[in-house]
Design a binder for this molecule. Sequence first.
Ligand code: HPA
Length: 271
Amino acid sequence: MLQALHETVAYIKKKTSNFEPQVGIVLGTGLGALVTEIEVEYSLMYANIPNFPISTLEFHSGKLIFGTLRGKRVVAMQGRLHYYEGYSMQQITFPVRVMKALGVSHLFVSNAAGSLNPEFKKGDLMVITDHINLQPESPLRGRNDADMGPRFPDMSQPYNRGLIASALKIAGQHNIVCHSGVYIAVTGPNLETKAEYRYLRIIGGDAVGMSTVPEVIVANHMSLPVFAISVLTDEGFGEELMPVSLDEIIEAANQAEPKMTMILSELIFSL
Ligand code: HPA
């Protein structure tokens, strides 16, 4: 893994004239608008980057974007990897390792998620304060490279407290409804049954989605501070569970996106 990382980082440094990003960004389904605010300097196709996973069609159009956002040098993934697409946990999280090796000091992550908390409505935002991992494995399974991080990394505070407080303050200043809560990661790609939503609520979740936790675990492994935010695109509570389609999730994500983009952009500016 370390050797693959060196090879990938060497390629990227060569292609970007040693661009040194300060901030890494991974954006969720229907939430790519922040990338359009970046003054792009370099853009690399995933398919051309050594050791980046290639298999699904969607991934072939994925790009790693390097540029400036509100005065900060950033690297952003345009096109996220999900476990349900068939990648291994190590493949999904490899880009986060690359970002860290390129020098980022913070990681920002967004996702679309279903609400489990009756107080959190479709279209609201939720800052993630903690998570429950129900995906079948940890990205840290297998041999541990002590140069990257410890065998048994602490997870008592996986989401940076200062960034959570700043985000809630920014939301308040702009009159944006922004909750905070626990995100549960499931494998997907199927959505949940009524009984599963009920179960996820009972075990302590406020939102459920199919991403984010692998990246957050790996960032914590490398002591990289993380901020993560969910856009709640559907409601998994109540007597009557409404059918949800991907189109509706994307539409709800697109509608709430400007609020989320604003918070992320202000937060990155404030670093
Ligand atoms: N469940 C799982 N993943 C999701 C959901 C959901 O309800 N909404 C958006 N991503």
